[in-house]
Design a protein around this ligand. Structure first.
Ligand code: ADP
Ligand code: MG
Length: 270
């Protein structure tokens, strides 16, 4: 290569070939900025690399979020801990690091409707994506329907693989609606396949003691819980619905709420 023959077209082509598309698309602005900042060549190169990496990270996160199929956008920053003393900010910050996913642990978020279970599940899923883990969000009903249909049609194995791929599978609203008759066995197979390969985050309005009833099969429910609780973080949220609380604050509802209680820990049931 010659030092003198600078050809903007060729630079463009090279940046494309190297997949440095953020640098390519913002080259004039980035170089102007580097010049204004008085950067030397090494500093300018580092600055361009940073811009490219920031762009690629952003794109990866956007892609991960769209693959995860979250029902809504929620963040940990948007969680009001004052309104929900049963949730420990320190524990959530620790879970946000994703170490539990690296370890293949499970998280159970238990509590009545409206207390922020789905919010926290989505927020932790988002943190996991930011840290590079693949995530899939589904409701228990959608999951069990998909598995039992696949079972009936003879492609259960493919469906189980599909739900086993993401490093973190979030199963929301276990126990809200009655499950299919085969649900316990299908869920057991899923938990077995994912066991020690990925993490599960389950939200439920029912205590683990009631899961026998939820699955309609106490023996299999115990086997499922045995795997889930082996390495698990159980967060039990009590207290009243966040939305009702907001309404009450706005004076739309009367009465006083029950005081929230805080119970959490490893390997405990409600
Ligand atoms: P659950 O899944 O426990 O039924 P959600 O997580 O769906 O409840 O919460 C209901 C709504 O209230 C959501 O919009 C959620 O973002 C909001 N919410 C609940 N708890 C909190 C909180 N402590 N801080 C901020 N928003 C909250
Ligand atoms: Mg919910």
């Amino acid at each position: 290569m010659s030092l003198s023959a600078y050809d903007p077209e060729r630079l463009n082509t090279m940046l494309t070939r190297l997949k440095l598309t953020a640098v390519r698309d913002r080259l004039d602005n980035l170089l102007d900025e580097a010049a204004r900042g008085g950067l030397n060549l090494r500093e300018a190169l580092a600055f361009l690399c940073e811009a490219e990496i920031a762009h690629k990270d952003q794109r990866r996160i956007q892609m991960g979020l769209s693959i995860a199929k979250f029902p809504y956008v929620r963040t940990l920053d948007g969680f009001d801990y004052d309104a929900q003393p049963a949730v420990d900010a320190g524990q959530m910050r620790e879970l946000a690091t994703g170490r539990w996913i690296a370890n293949g642990d499970a998280v159970l978020l238990l509590g009545p409707p409206g207390v922020g279970k789905t919010h926290l599940a989505v927020a932790l899923g988002r943190e996991a994506i930011i840290r590079g883990y693949s995530v899939l969000f589904t409701t228990a009903t959608a999951l069990m329907t998909a598995l039992s249909q696949a079972h009936a049609r003879g492609w259960l194995d493919e469906r189980l693989s599909h739900y086993s791929k993401p490093k973190l599978l979030i199963v929301d609203e276990l126990g809200y609606l009655p499950l299919e008759p085969h649900a316990a066995h299908l869920f057991f197979q899923l938990a077995a396949r994912r066991y020690e390969r990925g993490s599960l985050l389950v939200t439920s309005n029912r205590s683990v003691g009631e899961w026998g009833e939820v699955f309609g099969d106490p023996v299999v429910a115990t086997a499922i819980l045995d795997r889930l609780l082996h390495h698990s973080h159980v967060v039990t949220i009590r207290g009243e619905s966040y939305r009702l609380r907001e309404k009450r604050r706005a004076g739309l509802l009367g009465g006083s709420p029950p005081p929230p209680r805080r119970t959490e820990g490893k390997r405990r049931s409600m």
